[in-house]
Write a protein that binds this ligand. Structure first.
Ligand code: ZN
Length: 399
C-alpha cells in the first residue's frame, strides 16, 4: 500500500522505509538526528578545522584535495576554499559524459582559485565496455563505473602528493537522505570486476581500479595519514543560494537540475532509475532540503509535480547516451526491458568490508598494523608501536 511521510516527501517507493506513530519516516528521523549533532558554534568549529588543515599541510605542496565535478556542491566547496586561504589540488575526472556546462564550470572554478587542476580523462573504450556490462547486469546503481574511477583517481593523487586532507562537497543540507536500496557502494573493485567478467567483452587495460588496500585505507579509515572532512556542514549551506553566488562571482553555469553535469547521470537518475526501479532520487534530495530548512514540504510536493524530463530533452539525452554506448534503438529497448537484479546477486566484498569496518580494540589495531605492513609504511608502523597508537581526534572530523 502506498504511503508518504508526513514530514518529508519520502514514500514507499523505498522498499525498506518505516514509519513511526506520527507518520514520520526513518529517513527524516535519522536526518534530524544527524543535523542535531552538528556543532552548535559552527563558526568556531570551522575556524578550528581550517587551522588544522593548514597545519597538516604545512611544508607540503598542497594542504587538501578537492574533487571537482562541476556540480554545485563541489564547486561551492572549491569557491569557499579560496576564502579560507587553503591550497587545494583540484581534480576533475572526465568519464566521457561531461556536458558543456560542467566543462565551463570546472575551468571557471580553477581560474577563480588560481589553483592547479589535474584533469583525468577515462579511456573511453574501457569505460564504455564497463558501463555496457553494468547495463546488462540489471543492477540499480549504474553510476558505479564513473564513481569508482573518481575515487580511484582522487586517492591516487592523494598518495602521489602526500596530501593530508580530502575535502568533500557532501553535505547534510542537500544529501542527508539517501535510501540504501537506491544506491550501492562504488568503491569495491571486486564487484565491478565480477560484473564485467560476466558481461564485458574486452580486457580493461587502462581502467583505474581501486585496490583492496586503497579501499581499506579510504573506506575503513585505515589510512590515518589522510583525513576526510565535509566543511559544507559547518556553513549554513543552502545549495539554492550557492548556485546564485557561483553564477555571480565565477561565471558558473546552472544545469537546472541536480547532477546535470553528466549526460549519463542525468539520464540515469531522471529516466532509467525511475522507469526501471521506481526510484525518483528527487524525493531524497528534496526531503533533505526540507529537513535543513531550505524549502518547505509544500514546495517539495510542487516540485515533484513537475515531469522528470521534458519529452524533447529526454529524447535528446537518450540519443546521446544510446549512441555513445553503441546501441541501436532496438537494442536499447531490450536493455530497458532486461530483468532487474539487486547488487547482492553479484559477488562483492561488501560483507567482508562491513565486518572489517566494525572491528575495534585489539582486532582493529592488528588489522591497521597489517595494512601498514602490506603498504610498506614501516615508519608509521614503528611510530604507532612506540606509544603513538592512539590518535587524537581533530576538530570537525567525522562530519
Ligand atoms: Zn520522512
Amino acid at each position: 500500500m502506498y504511503r508518504q511521510c508526513t514530514r518529508c516527501v519520502m514514500d514507499t517507493s523505498d522498499p525498506q522505509i518505516t514509519f513511526d506513530a506520527d507518520g514520520h519516516c526513518n529517513h527524516c528521523t535519522q536526518a534530524a538526528k544527524l543535523l542535531s549533532e552538528l556543532p552548535t558554534d559552527k563558526e568556531k568549529a570551522l575556524s578550528l578545522l581550517i587551522a588544522n588543515i593548514q597545519g597538516m599541510g604545512k611544508d607540503k605542496p598542497y594542504d587538501c584535495i578537492i574533487g571537482l565535478s562541476g556540480g554545485v556542491d563541489s564547486s561551492y566547496l572549491a569557491y569557499k576554499a579560496k576564502d579560507w586561504n587553503l591550497r587545494p589540488l583540484l581534480v576533475h575526472v572526465d568519464s566521457g559524459w561531461n556536458t558543456p556546462e560542467s566543462e565551463n564550470n570546472v575551468v571557471r572554478l580553477a581560474e577563480y582559485l588560481n589553483a592547479p587542476l589535474v584533469r583525468e580523462t577515462a579511456d573511453w573504450e574501457d569505460m564504455r565496455d564497463l558501463q555496457r556490462a553494468f547495463l546488462q547486469s540489471g543492477v540499480p546503481n549504474q553510476d558505479i563505473p564513473q564513481d569508482h574511477l573518481f575515487f580511484s583517481v582522487i586517492y591516487e593523487q592523494v598518495r602521489k602528493h602526500a596530501i593530508p586532507c580530502w575535502l568533500s562537497g557532501s553535505n547534510l543540507a542537500g544529501e542527508s537522505i539517501l535510501p540504501q536500496a537506491w544506491g550501492y557502494n562504488a568503491m569495491d573493485s571486486w564487484h565491478l570486476r565480477e560484473i564485467h567478467r560476466k558481461f564485458g567483452t574486452r580486457n580493461l587495460s587502462s581502467f583505474k581500479f581501486m585496490s583492496l588496500l586503497d579501499y581499506l585505507g579510504y573506506y575503513c579509515g585505515f589510512d590515518e595519514s589522510l583525513q576526510r572532512f565535509s566543511p559544507l556542514n559547518l556553513l549554513d549551506y543552502n545549495p539554492l543560494e550557492a548556485r546564485e553566488t557561483l553564477k555571480r562571482d565565477c561565471g558558473w553555469q546552472d544545469y537546472g537540475r541536480k547532477h546535470g553535469e553528466s549526460y549519463f547521470t542525468r539520464y540515469f537518475q531522471n529516466y532509467y532509475l525511475p522507469k526501471r526501479f521506481g526510484y525518483d532520487k528527487r524525493k531524497a534530495h528534496l526531503s533533505s532540503l526540507i529537513m535543513s530548512g531550505a524549502i518547505t514540504r509544500d514546495q517539495a510536493i510542487e516540485e515533484l509535480q513537475r515531469p522528470l524530463y521534458v519529452p524533447e530533452d529526454l529524447e535528446k539525452d537518450e540519443t546521446i547516451v544510446r549512441e555513445k554506448l553503441g546501441y541501436s534503438k532496438a537494442q536499447w529497448e531490450c536493455i530497458l526491458n532486461l530483468p532487474t537484479h539487486p547488487h547482492e546477486d553479484y559477488p562483492s566484498r561488501h560483507a567482508l568490508i562491513t565486518r572489517i569496518s566494525a572491528t575495534s580494540g585489539i582486532k582493529r589495531m592488528f588489522l591497521v598494523a597489517l595494512f601498514l605492513l602490506l603498504r610498506g609504511d614501516f615508519s608509521t608502523l614503528s611510530k604507532k608501536i612506540s606509544h603513538k597508537w592512539r590518535r587524537r581526534p581533530l576538530a570537525g572530523e567525522g562530519l
